[in-house]
Write a protein that binds this ligand. Sequence first.
Ligand code: DAK
Length: 262
Amino acid sequence: MTSIAAEVIVETEGAVGIVTLNRPSALNALSIAVMDAVVEALGGFDRDPGIHAMVLAGLPKAFAAGADIGEMKNITGGGAAEQQLANHLSHWDKIGNLKKPVIAAVSGFALGGGCELAMACDMIVASETAVFGQPEVLIGVMPGAGGTQRLTKAVGKQLSMEMNLTGRKLAAREALSFGLVNRVVPVESFLSEAKKLAHTIAAQPPLAVQAAKASVREALDSKLSEGLSFERQSFFRLFDSQDQKEGMTAFFEKRKPVWNGK
Ligand code: DAK
């Protein structure tokens, strides 16, 4: 186990990299230092050929109760806010741009920047106690890292409007019914279930997994004809890989494929 900072724990389990937010005194509020460490750790895993999938976990009481309000309180206006927050905002973008799959393991509060962080990941495993929301309006602002965009794509306009305009929070089961999370599990097992999902993904051929991830993400950004074209090119490119030969050969030889990531 390596720890970049006491507030962010970084571990590996086979081909799965795990980053745990660990700032319980502030319900895992996402300070600049915490986000620096998270981006550094996940970016490192993304570049590490031995890691095939990642988990970004919170604590049982809180995934993250938002960006650190203490750090934002004194940010000045007059056009200077963008400059002061630009680097911080790029943290969320960098997580959204990782090539390898990231699973958010969410229990307790996932609010504001915390909800946006979970949504920047590729899948969300939630505990029964998870609560999702964009309550920024209640403190005089609005989401700045995807809360009006990714949430709308995930749950639709009506509910997103209500959440963003009133601060309404979604309980785990509601989040499941609206398609915001992949599954809801008992609080005791939210981390183990997220790791299990990550290990299942890590056992697949890495190039195909990364290509499929990129293609699903493309669906959120492009119109259908562009997305289909992107998908087709990605599909054809995989025929250059050794893992494609291995996968199809193993199928006929009735054996388990052995992936080499090439
Ligand atoms: N920041 C700093 N400290 C926080 C915090 C936060 N977001 N959330 C909680 N804490 C601290 C509390 O101040 C308290 O500290 P002490 O008083 O013990 O020193 C401790 O955590 C425990 O909190 P509570 O005493 O309030 O605990 P409760 O169980 O009573 O209430 C709560 C839990 C989650 C309902 C409540 O703490 C709460 O409402 N927290 C704030 C939630 C919130 O408004 N989140 C949105 C923040 S704004 C951007 C990137 C990101 C963002 C924007 C721009 N770019 C870079 C442009 C994101 C913005 C946000 O997330």
